[in-house]
Design a protein around this ligand. Structure first.
Ligand SMILES: Cc1ncc(COP(=O)(O)O)c(C=O)c1O
Length: 417
């Protein structure tokens, strides 16, 4: 590891001057995010900063409940899974009414899996070993229903070989379920190629957009994705409790999720005690009462991301993650995951010894990042991040590394975020 002075001497030429040259219009958003006033917040791949106006939205929720009571359901609450889903739809390229809100991404994935018949010869699920663990647990669970799981290995634990993934998809595959951006390393997968291959052999594709929506442009309809899932906690700055599910319209009529509930019924207030008669629209993919306060809270983040536009967020993210890579290079810190900005989402993963302890030491100095075993420290600038904060981060990181006793990383848990 090099001393801090050296980091500055090398890290600031020439890319730092170049990156500071252009005025960063997006920085005016900083005042909308209170946490930025007291911390260097580089963890939007985990929990995006709360917009100031979210508090007003939560007040609005409380006022509505307090003053309108049960009438609130017919005055907007019942429609929230769709009206809030439409705000997501604008960000991921879905049409009006095509996205419905769930409590989290895992439930959304489980809903899709429960709509498939895993008996018979077309029973394959193809996924990558680096898919998010919840999803993998769900795929293993449907093995009990007859599904045959094909998990594509990664050679480096950070990326997925596209040719291996494509080769695993064949006429026995019912569903291909992949992450757009791998959560550990921010590796961007070629979703278009996966969808083409899957459709060529008659398989459907479920894409987890959690680590891309809001930082990497995605258009589910242009891609022809059959299903897409995600949540609001990260890049969308929407907070916990608001996952989403997109289902391509053409499939609505044929899919009958076993994970269901009264909200999915064509006539929910008929309270029929027979097998469900599914709604014709995307409500057929819901189950029980929606998480109303979370849906109030989530809207402000979606609105801001939409107002800025994901292409502008991505342009800034590419510039700043490259800058971060140059600072890490100057400090002699290895990048875990893609070096090529075109293959990297919004997060840069740094392979530092004792990553858990380092992330904790940084948090104690209000520099917020996180750590994932097998990957490293994950660092994520977002549209509200200044270049100066990246400088501060690298100074604090090198300082924390210098203060660590020399030993190999042994932590097996994640840092507290
Ligand atoms: C790619 C990805 N998928 C899914 C999840 C988890 O989603 P949820 O907790 O909403 O089920 C995460 C969270 O870290 C993630 O990064």
């Amino acid at each position: 590891m090099r001393p801090i002075g050296d980091v500055f001497a090398r890290g600031h030429e020439p890319i730092a001057y170049y990156t500071r040259m252009a005025a960063d219009d997006l920085l005016h958003w900083r005042s909308e995010f209170p946490i930025l006033a007291n911390s260097v917040y580089l963890v939007s791949h985990s929990l995006g900063a709360m917009p100031r106006r979210t508090r007003d939205r939560l007040d609005e929720y409380a006022d509505t409940w307090a003053t309108r009571g049960v009438r609130a359901w017919s005055e907007g609450w019942w429609e929230l899974p769709r009206t809030v889903g439409d705000l997501i739809g604008r960000i991921i390229g879905a049409g009006p009414g095509e996205v419905v809100m769930h409590q989290n991404q895992s439930i959304a994935q489980a809903t899709v899996l429960s709509a498939m018949d895993w008996r018979g010869p077309r029973n394959g699920i193809v996924t990558e070993r680096l898919n998010f663990t919840s999803n993998l647990y769900l795929f293993h669970a449907v093995e009990r229903e007859g599904a045959r799981l094909v998990t594509v290995a990664s050679d480096d634990g950070l990326t997925v070989p596209l040719d291996r993934l494509l080769a695993a998809i064949d006429e026995t595959t019912r569903l291909v379920s992949v992450s757009h951006v791998i959560f550990k390393s921010a590796f961007i997968q070629d979703i278009a190629a996966v969808i083409r291959r899957a459709h060529d052999v008659g398989a459907l594709v479920l894409v987890d957009l959690y680590q891309s929506a809001g930082t990497v442009p995605v258009d589910v309809r242009a891609l022809g994705a059959d299903f897409a899932t995600g949540g609001s906690v990260k890049w969308l700055c929407g907070g916990p409790g608001a996952g989403y599910l997109y289902v391509r319209r053409e499939h609505w009529g044929t899919l009958q999720p076993r994970l269901t509930g009264w909200m999915a019924h064509r006539e929910p207030f008929a309270f029929e005690d027979r097998p469900i008669d599914y709604a014709e629209d995307a409500y057929r993919f819901l189950n029980g009462t929606p998480n109303v306060p979370a849906l109030y809270a989530a809207r402000s983040g979606y609105e801001i991301v939409h107002e800025i536009g994901v292409p502008a967020i991505r342009a800034k993210s590419m510039r700043q993650t490259q800058y971060l890579v140059s600072l890490a290079d100057a400090a002699g810190i290895r990048i875990a995951g893609p070096r090529d900005v075109a293959h990297r989402g919004g997060t840069v993963t740094l392979d530092v010894p004792s990553g858990y302890a380092i992330a904790s030491a940084l948090a104690a100095r209000d520099v917020i990042v996180d750590y994932r075993p097998g990957a490293g420290i994950r660092v994520a600038p977002h549209f509200y991040t200044s270049d100066e904060e990246l400088d501060t981060f690298i100074v604090e990181l090198t300082r924390a590394m210098a203060a660590q006793p020399a030993r190999a990383a042994t932590a097996t848990t994640s840092a507290a975020y």
